[in-house]
Design a protein around this ligand. Sequence first.
Ligand code: 9MR
Length: 567
Amino acid sequence: QKATLSGQIRLNQIGFYPSGPKVAVVAAEAGNTFYITTIDLRKTVFTGKLTEPRTSEFSAKKTRIADFSALTTPGSYVVYIPEIGHSYPFEIKSKVHQEVAKASIKGFYFQRISTPLPEQYAGKWQRPAGHVQEDTQVLIHPSAATTQRPEGTKISAPLGWYDAGDYNKYIVNSGITTGTLLSLYEDFPTYFDTLKLNIPESNNNLPDLLDETLWNLRWMLAMQDPNDGGVYHKLTNPRFDGMVMPEEAKNPRYVVQKSTPAALDFAAVMAQASRIARKFPQALPGLADSCLTAATRAWDWARQNPAVLYDQEALNKQYDPDVSTGAYGDKDVTDEFIWAASELYITTKKDSYYQAVPIFPDTQMPLPSWAQVRLLGYYTLARFEKDLTPVAKKDFPQLRKQLVQFADELTDGASKRSYATVMGKSAKDYIWGSSAVAANQGIALIQVYRLTGDKKYLDYALINLDYLVGRNATGFSFVTGFGDKTPMHPHHRPSIADQVEEPVPGLLSGGPNANAPRQDKCTTYTSTIADETFTDDDCSYASNEIAINWNAPLAYLASAIEALQSK
Ligand code: 9MR
């Protein structure tokens, strides 16, 4: 009998709700009976049978499922299988994901630009302000030069969040991120009325989630050219910085060419922010109007410039300095038009926005990502179902049907998969940033739960949260600082360059990516199986970086589940 820790028993390393589903996955064939015991293994509180072995979708590996949903007594436990050993400890308690939900939003605070992070809020990850020069010294790149703002003009565009493990700021990626956080607020306002994150604004009279989101929104506003309403694609160094702390990264920074996706993502976010700011006239005087003006000007620019794409290679042939940082080079703006039109329509109630573009070009529901924002528009239409005018109301049954169908496709066969998760239906789920695939699937399921009231969708969403914090083929909890086996070496410059052993907490690692070894050329991968291709190594920007557009859906999923479970 083995009383030792086994990494082969994989489960949510944080824990479970007393009356919620509880599953562990055993990545081995041995054993028949499992026990839930106290952490010292002395007292057994539940005994169950493992399922028959099932074969992985991606390899010949076998897994067995241990379902202990019937155990409802709060406490701290392990799963114990005499032939294998015991799992990491976990808890059964109410509000079990509250801390991870808070930390995933606090993660954005740690990414803040233009401000020091003092110990009071940042603990041992305190650090000086980074990129203070952005207050006055951002250069107009030749690709962005106009008569009013010729090459070399200096503009001010401070604040915002660092995109990821790098220090640049990209409008396209900020768009989906900020939109996701604003939607989180709009979907669960009461939950956020009281949720405190210990950030500098925690004592003002705005919800902390909105305070944090505004930090980025204010930067985004500065990315609009006041002369024509167009929006610069990104604010960046020509090349990625070395592994230094933010305050040591002092290379010149530029805003580059305006683009249609940037303008539309910006328009969508500003339209959404406008209707939220409207609810806080005292705390945010004038902001609702500023955001709406910004949104309509960006929209008008995009309508006049509907196909200005950001093609970094082409620009590098034409202009100096060459830029080699993240491109976020979206080539299809159909979905950006849908998102911006939906947000502007809901905020202004003007049918002209809804009618400006085909809102339903087809019946596909592409999962949200930085390049695919159609569903963000659909979520908003669904959220405001009661406020729809007749033109949109007549489409609503179709929208509802498509969303429910999408959720049913996602969950189809989930319980039979090797980890019994929604995530992993196909190897295509394991792309760069696969953790956000899991989290965005979770959001889609929560949207459909809100539409239908059918609890199975909420349970499926929770399963993908289980996936993210340990119930997966790597055995990692992908959220830094949460769980016993969690990334210690994410590709995240502050976490690498500070003298602190633990990485900055609350950040979501990208997760397994079948192509990662070819993309980042790290040599420490130990598997090439799609759901296992992950390495906790800071060279691995293709499997172990963190990014704001991954943290936002994590924040949504964990917070939504908390908000809905406590009901
Ligand atoms: O998340 C992005 C992924 O979808 C792309 O395949 C990849 C390569 O272009 O870039 C990812 O985004 C990175 C961005 O370009 C720069 N900052 C870090 C982002 C996360 O790795």
